[in-house]
Design a protein around this ligand. Sequence first.
Ligand code: AGP
Length: 345
Amino acid sequence: LSWTSSEIREQPLVLERILRENPAQAKECARQIKDRGVRYVLIAARGTSDHAAVYAKYLLGSKLRLPVALAAPSLYTFYGTPPLTGPDALVVGLSQSGASEDIIAVVRHARSQGALTLAITNEPTSELANAASLVLPCLAGPERGVAATKTYTAELACVALLCASVAQESGLFAELAALPEAMDQALQTEQAAAQVAAQYCRALLAVCLGRGYNLATAYEIALKIKELAYIHAQGYSTADFMHGPLACVEPGLPVIAVAMSGALRDDVAASLSRVGQRGGQLIIISDDEAILQSAHASLPVPKVPEWLSPITAVVPGQWLAVHLALAKGLDPDRPRALTKVTVTR
Ligand code: AGP
C-alpha cells in the first residue's frame, strides 16, 4: 500500500481531529474577524492550497457575504507594487508547509499594513505561522506522499469550521459533525475509481469540470491526475468551458465531471449533456442518481450539504489519480520532478 493511499484513508480521522481540537482557535479567529469589522478577504496560496482558496472564495462569499480575492504574489515579490490592504481586510496564507516565500511575503506585507492576518497551515511552527497574527492548524499529521490528499481536505475543513464559527449557526456545526462518517463512505469509491482508471489509463488528455463550490474539486482532481499519472488534465468551470474549450471536445475525450445536487445541479447537468453530445466520455462524480445515469462511468458519493460537498467529492478523484498511476506502472508516492515542499518566490 502506498503512503498516498494510506493518507487518503486517514481523511475521516483527520476531519474528526479538526472538529474535536480546532473549535476554540476557530472561535478566537471569528471573534477577531468580527471585532475588526472585516469587509473583504485576500488569500495567498499555491498548488493544491490554491484550490482550497477557491473553495473559501465561494464559501465565505455565500455564507458570510464577504468578497474574497486570490492574491497575486509576484506583485509583492518581483514587481514591488503590493496592493494596499487596510485594517478591514483579512489576509490569509493558506499553505500545507507554511514555507513558500511568496505566500509569506503577502502575509507579512498585509500585517505591516495593519490587516488582520491568518495562517491556515499544517505546520503551525512554520515561518508563515510566525508571520501571521492568527493560526488555524490543519492537524493532518505528517504527509509523506508528494501529492497532497489529507492536507487538502484538512484545509477545506478548517475553512468550513472558520466559516461556521463566524456565522455562529448551530445548523452549520451539526452538518460539519456528520462529515467524518460521510468521508468514510466516500472512501468506498476506490474500486469503482480503479475500474475507471483501467479503462482510461491510455488517455493523454482529460478535462475536469465543476462549478460553484466544486470548481475547487475540478481543479484539484485535474492537478492530482497531472502529477500522479502524467495525463494532462485541465480543470474548468462548466460555465467557462462553454465559452470556448467545448470546441476541443473530440469523441472519446475523458471528461471527469463533479455534478453534485444543490443550486448548480441543473445548470451543470445541461452543460454535461452538451459535452456528451460532442462525444466526450462522461465520468461523473455525483450524489444524484439521475445525473449518474447519464454517465459513461459513474462514481457515486454520499449526499452531504452542498457547502461541504467538496470535502467528500474530491475523494473518488484522489483514488482515480492513484489508480491511473498504478495502471501505468507508476509509483504514486514519487511523481517525477516533484518534491514534497515547493518553495516559490
Ligand atoms: C499537491 O498535490 C502538490 N504536490 C502541490 O500543489 C502542493 O500542494 C503545494 O506545493 C503545496 O504548497 P504549500 O505547502 O504552500 O501548501
